[in-house]
Design a protein around this ligand. Structure first.
Ligand code: MTE
Ligand code: MO
Length: 539
């Protein structure tokens, strides 16, 4: 390659420029063929995409501060950015390998072997129980090698030196300078361009097909899962739970609007016929159940408001719905929890872990292995086909989506995902309230202004909500009805204001008599405190 380096310093001769261009195309398309075939295999087998698995590994291996900074900076786009970054690195490496492979094909094949090794190292630890896991990586590597062989063959044929007017034999000419043809030699670019376009089209279609396959219905898909009714269904919610005030979120959050928080790079799309849950660890009778067994058991319904520990004061990482599921306590009793097992360690299909205190699961609250949400099977984004829901605890210590494994263990022996990253081990939801109406810096008419919002203190219930305008006297707000102590409650108050800028501040008191403090603390490690205050403008 020394000749390239010296020659490219000056004006790049056409043949070197051509070598770089053709080599880059060969490399890019080899990577495209690998990724396309790997995605297709992953889609057919419903197993992990290697790119996503590499992304997961990057996230797991990154310092928590970096992960949090990325989430802060990029918000929901963090996952897209990471996956695009990995693909960009692969394509970049591909161009370099492609140029090298024109001269020494072995360099290209060796590069593919390195990609495959990295891919295997990323996917294997995630799903060690699924024998299909390594298949997409192997299929990708083989497809990449075939595409590379085809493209190199086509490049040589198309740009073969020694054709037309070259006095040397083709073999000698090639030895002198592979692809060293001028514009007057070789049969033109057509052959190579056609091959390249063919490889691109096939890889692109394979990749796209692999991505859509898992959502295409069929047995085990979400659309074919029929949920049985609860053994003892709850009455419909009283109309008085919802004040129906414009700008105030409805009492029951529609599934599509339910906040989503998880570490998954792409939404896992599980197949209910292949789902199993293993209950094991410090138990007398470990067992495994599948979806048919779970749906044949006596399911219960519960209205539960779920909250994320990362929710800032006034934030919207909170939602309320009616869940359908099987009581976790009964599941644990079936296994027979041994004394000393103070932690229910749950693991999702994608390897995320969560630790819930055993005593909380067993204390009689509606801790569920949920299969239904808002009258439907769980949406994929919310844990289809089964997740945990435990009222009164933040989601990161209780609400494992895509749950496939429950192990009884001790907090001192095993640390779940977020505890390893500086978050609390025990995290009951803190008493909180929010102003939804008026919206921040919203404009309202002067005179009587409606103030409204929500408050929550799951497992305790809300006793009172007070508001004050412009730092004046605290006044009691009116509370809507609630079906129990595990949901949020809507509140409303009215006030007369002069034109101009005003503030409204809210504080809730829970049923233990505890009033929300004004002290502001950050979400980490166990949830934010402070009171929500909104500025609005009366006209
Ligand atoms: N598998 C898995 N389950 C998970 C998480 C996760 O990262 N992975 N995040 C938890 C957190 S932090 C919260 S707040 C809730 C959010 O549930 P939702 O996305 O259905 O609202 O899911 C919990 N369950
Ligand atoms: Mo969360």
């Amino acid at each position: 390659m020394t000749d390239v380096t010296t020659e490219t310093r000056g004006n790049t001769p056409p043949r070197d420029r051509r070598r770089v261009v053709v080599g880059s195309v060969v490399g890019l398309l080899t990577v495209a063929a690998s990724l396309g075939a790997a995605e297709l295999a992953a889609g057919l087998l419903r197993t992990a995409s290697p790119v996503v698995a590499v992304g997961d590994t990057v996230v797991d291996a990154s310092p928590p501060a970096l992960v949090e900074a990325a989430i802060d900076l990029l918000g929901r786009a963090d996952k897209v950015v990471l996956v695009s970054g990995i693909v960009a690195v692969l394509l970049g490496a591909g161009t370099v390998l492609g140029v090298a492979a024109l001269r020494r094909p072995i360099a290209g094949y060796a590069g593919l072997a390195v990609f495959a090794a990295v891919g295997l190292a990323a996917v294997l630890p995630h799903r060690s129980d699924d024998p299909g896991t390594p298949v997409p990586v192997v299929v990708g590597a083989v497809a990449g090698a075939l595409a590379l062989a085809l493209l190199l063959w086509s490049a040589r044929r198309t740009f073969q030196p020694g054709r037309m007017g070259d006095p040397r034999t083709p073999a000698d000419a090639e030895k002198d300078a592979p692809l060293a043809t001028g514009p007057d030699r070789g049969p033109g670019r057509r052959g190579f361009v056609l091959t390249a376009a063919g490889v691109l089209a096939v890889s692109g279609s394979a990749g796209a097909l692999g991505r859509v396959l898992p959502s295409l219905g069929g047995a085990g898909s979400r659309s074919s899962l029929a949920l049985p009714p609860a053994a003892d269904p709850l009455p419909p919610l009283p109309a008085a739970t919802d004040l129906g005030i414009p700008g105030l979120p409805p009492f029951t959050t529609p599934n599509r609007e339910f906040y989503r928080i998880d570490t998954a790079l792409t939404v896992p799309r599980l197949d209910s016929t292949r789902w199993t849950l293993r209950v094991h660890g410090m138990v007398d009778r470990p067992f495994e159940i599948d979806m048919d067994e779970l749906l044949a058991m006596e399911l219960v319904e519960a209205d539960i408001t779920m909250t994320c520990v990362s929710n800032q004061v006034g934030g919207d990482l909170v939602g309320n719905t009616r869940w359908l599921g099987f009581p976790l306590a009964a599941l644990l009793r079936r296994a027979g929890v041994r004394s000393g097992a103070d932690q229910v360690l749950s693991t999702s299909d994608d390897g995320w872990t969560c630790g819930t205190p055993t005593e909380v699961v067993m204390d009689g609250r509606d801790a569920l292995l949920a299969v239904g949400m808002g009258g439907e099977p769980l949406p994929h984004a919310h844990g289809y086909p089964a997740r945990m829901v435990v009222p009164g605890l933040y989601g990161f210590v209780s609400a494992t989506k895509w749950v496939t494994d429950i192990k009884l263990t001790r907090f001192e022996d095993e640390q779940p995902y977020w505890a390893q990253r500086g978050w609390a081990v025990r995290a009951p939801v803190k008493t909180m309230s929010r102003v939804d109406v008026p919206a921040p810096l919203g404009r309202v008419g002067s005179g009587d202004v409606v103030l409204a919002g929500v408050a929550w203190a799951q497992r305790r219930g809300i006793d009172a909500v007070e508001v004050r305008v412009d730092e004046g006297e605290w006044r009691l707000a009116e509370l809507a009805a609630v079906p129990g102590i595990d949901t949020w409650v809507q509140w409303v108050a009215e006030t007369a204001v002069e034109p101009g800028r005003h503030s409204v501040e809210v504080r809730a008191t829970d049923a233990t008599g505890f009033a929300q403090p004004s002290e502001r603390v950050e979400p980490i490690p166990d949830g934010a405190t402070g009171r929500h205050k909104v500025q609005f403008i009366a006209e």
